[in-house]
Design a protein around this ligand. Sequence first.
Ligand code: 5AD
Ligand code: SF4
Length: 436
Amino acid sequence: MKKAYIETYGCQMNVNDTEVIFAILEKAGYVRTEVMQEANLIMANTCSIRDNAEQRIWGRLEVFAQERKARPDTLVGIVGCMAERLKDKLLDTGKVDLVVGPDAYRSLPRLIAAITPDNPQIDVLLSRDETYADITPVRTDKNGISAFISIMRGCNNVCSYCVVPYTRGAERSRDAHSIVREACDVYQRGYKEVTLLGQNVDSYLWKSADECVNFAGLLARVAAIAPDLRVRFATSHPKDISDEVIETMAAYPNICKHIHLPVQSGSSRMLEKMRRKYDREWYLERVAKIRSIIPDCGLTTDVIAGFCSETEEDHKDTLSLMEEVGFDWAFMFAYSERPGTLAQRNYPDDVSPAEKNRRLNEIIALQNRKSLERYRAQIGKKLEVLVEGPSKRDPEQLCGRASNNMMCVFPALDRKPGTYATVEVVDSTSATLICK
Ligand code: 5AD
Ligand code: SF4
């Protein structure tokens, strides 16, 4: 039996893609290993979203190359977004036997069989319809409680800073029945939570001869599987999140009350230039709508500092929006120019690295303050958590997430992972609720 080792970088979609790859590799006679030194096939499932993501992978490639030198029969593969973006440039290093893009994983067995020392193999064709709908992912999560399910692939929103439409191709939605089947299957295997994944879940739309299912419809179908199966989803797009989706969330207690709603900037001028197709007012209206229907909804976001031509005033608009909304948590980045994107072709990357960093640090400082406020506001509340396992800091304690996605720690007593517990919040940091 041959062994495959895969390191995964980037987003949750990539984590799920790695699970699909393991399922495909099983057909080629590979089992999964977590030990690189015993692997016959070493791969990185890569990310291109920011330059530093790619730099990390060039570094890993050196490590893989050393391993291949020590054990010459070992194959090295680069798959995922960076494979799609850099293609031959990866092969030209002479350190890679296999380069495969996100839509070509089905060809892995054939490609691997064709590899010889002088014949590395490449397939980076993007597809209009590949969704891997029929492939049952080999789950790689550690606890058997929470599973990720891809509901769509690719992206049709050409945000001017973003490389994803080029690395993952056009948007396509997966057969709704295959999604519900996969969710039922993991529930029957004891999982208690599924997270539905897509670049823009709100534009999910699947049609067959006699059915048309949108995202709200899909959410309802998955939520109806079992009342004790939690349903989460990511990522939502502010321009597409509909009242129907928000109302569906409200209607099902087991749909978790958390929305990841990337704003990117608080300046309408920047949003226009980013081609986000909404402005500050639209975003604030969506937040108000969410909070009017689901008052306790957890809200998180992504923010980019120092996009092309961003002025101090634009930056202040971002700070004031974050102040006004009060996100529970945010992923915050300095703008990183990506080759081939609309922004790279049309706008100079003219905010200096030092200035980007200063703005980013202000954004982070503000968010830390807001996170602490939002978490402290939970003190005294009773929350239902899905017990995940021992807390990282203190093995005497358990941890688990509340519906709003906040992490809770609480005394273990006799609670078991995979069960629900009601806890009362007694204290907090800016990232954890301390409960009893
Ligand atoms: N530079 C910095 N951040 C980016 N993101 C996407 N592209 C870039 C880029 N070129 C961020 C966005 C997106 C998140 C996944 O990554 O905030 O929501
Ligand atoms: Fe990275 Fe985006 Fe590709 Fe995910 S889709 S791996 S975040 S570039």
